[in-house]
Ligand binder design. Sequence first.
Ligand code: TRP
Ligand code: ZN
Length: 474
Amino acid sequence: MHHRLPSRLAALAVVTLIALTSGCTGETVHGRPGASGLRDPYFPKAGNGGYQVEHYALDLDYDPAGGRLHATAVITARAGQGLSSFNLDLSGLDVESVSVQGEPARFNRTGNELTVRPADDLERGEVFRAEIDYSGKPRPVTDPDGSKEGWIPLAVGEGAVGVGEPVGSMAWFPGNHHPSDKATYDITVTVPKGYEAVSNGELASRREEADGRTVFVWHAAEPMASYLATVAVGKFEVTTGRTASGIPVYSAVAPGEAAASAAVLARLPEMVEWGSGRFGPYPFSSTGAVVLPAHTLGYALETQTRPVFSGAPGSEELVLHELAHQWFGDSVSPKSWKDMWLNEGFATYAEWLWSEDHGGPSAQQHFDAYLAGDTDVDEAADSAWDAFPPAAPPGPKDVSSAPVYGRGAMVLQRVRQEVGDEKFFALLRGWAADHRYGNASTAEFTAYAQEKTGHDLKKVWDVWLYGTGRPKAP
Ligand code: TRP
Ligand code: ZN
């Protein structure tokens, strides 16, 4: 039996069928909605499906007195499927208008999802430009472990900082906020006279407007995960220079932290050169640091090219740790938030190596100190590094817990014990080179390590990387 349609609907169905099959109406693109999340095991709504961003051009106008932001984001992306709509992640703020390919687009918002419906569907493979005008008072985001990221004001009227790890960038710009989608950035920041604005990459220009405001244009040429983007607005002291091999250095320091930061920041260029020797060429076209007033964040962050410190860095190792992330985390980024030990275990191991190369305890001594809980050798050695396996944090609140750092570093020392120094350092350099500017997972690392060294490392993975409980001294 045929189901009967009312005649007008039947006619419409026939016309639609002709339009779909004939391709002569000009309306040949029939997209479907892009996914609202990338199903990250820990942050399932982070990022969006159906496209990949190539470039973000952010134009941020910030007023520290009122805490208000007026901004435009121009996102250049490539559709990975036909798209009738796509999502961006954005938390808070008011969206004033959206256009796609120069045409006004409809949009709506639910939670942290901004859904954009272009006037014309986008074709699979098409490169498109979306422009979002937005404004409001950006706010901090509290993540599952209780720390704050997003947009954090300094003392009243003094400025603010935008930071992202893991999901804070959505509080200050709309985007595909998952580490698996890396893009280049141009970040322009306009601030009142007397304030500095610091971001990632190089300062392409700095000019005074007729109204007395200052416009800073920052350019980040190498691919960057959005959680590594940063903007700091404040009354900073800026210093510039070059490392021995000529990499430009740009650092901005809160005046109250300048004296306490001077000695350790003076070693930053040497640390970058040391990293190039140990891990292979420094991946980015500039370096430096931002030192915020003490207690602004309560943590340091490896923001790309220009790590952020909350007050003067408490130790040489902390600066070294954030710089080591430039290779491990920033250039080679995790595929998902579950792969965090590839960031933190490696950066912690880099601290051990720096110590070993500079007359301190060797990496093996750090490893032994962890096993013995000897905090004289390593202050972190009494941390609960055995609480869970580094490759399997129990939940999103654990991605920055002790086992991801300390036991992650122990995994690398176990590999070194098995394969010897020559193969081990070739492995570190090869890993940084082969995944430069990309993303990698834990499974890719274990496979790579075995292939590169020619050793069967299954026991190391089973016991140290994936095993529960406290492994015995090897
Ligand atoms: N990545 C930072 C570091 O080790 C620490 C950190 C800050 C972090 N915020 C985070 C780690 C959120 C994981 C998630 O220097
Ligand atoms: Zn770290």
